[in-house]
Write a protein that binds this ligand. Sequence first.
Ligand code: GTP
Length: 224
Amino acid sequence: MEEDNEEDYLNLIEKLEEYSSKHKYLFRICLLGDSGVGKTSVLTRFCDNSFKENYNSTLGVDFRIVTLKYKDVISKINIWDTAGQERFKSLAVNYMHHSHGFIFVFDITNKESFENIINWINLSFDTNKNSIINFLIGNKCDKDSDRKVQQDEAEQFAKERNLYYLETSAKNDENIQKLFYYITYKLIKYYDKNDYYEEFDNLFNSGHSEEIKIQRPNQSKCSC
Ligand code: GTP
């Protein structure tokens, strides 16, 4: 554990139903990865606690906003669900610019989706070097018998790139809440120590994101 009581974050974060609560922070998180790895399913599990077996490919980009409270701090988390299809990649880039965190998703039963993660990472970090917290997710861990990517291999890959690593199942609701709660917790901790620019959104929206200088925090091991 890198900080005292860090293990408490799961108990201390609460999801609020009211959309209108007054928030201190607005964070943007971007889900990225090949088509069919389960990005929409991860998001739907987190937001609605539901799962669909049938596959409807995302067209362009979708988003959800979730209100989370950590102690007294209310944050809105705007989660962008980008389409994995190649033809939508240039659209996804627009949302990378604005992100405080990236979640790179692959399917543990699909080796190619893991091999392609490096392309998503390169594209994201070429677009936005300022994201604060970044995760690699091996989704569909309920299908362990069909596994094509070993956990050790993915962990090593993540470690070399300063990414946190977690295996999830949108189907069985494994580690989904933990993923988003941990990201939110780390972002709140980060901005409680560093200035949060109130004009952040305006700057981004007016295309002046280069004016924002965010220091990357010291990298630390995932304690999830
Ligand atoms: P694009 O929108 O094309 O980029 O795909 P996506 O990454 O959003 O994938 P999506 O969430 O639509 O899921 C693709 C398929 O995988 C669907 O049939 C889901 O039911 C299935 N799926 C997603 N997550 C899981 C999981 O954790 N376990 C299992 N067994 N299936 C999953």
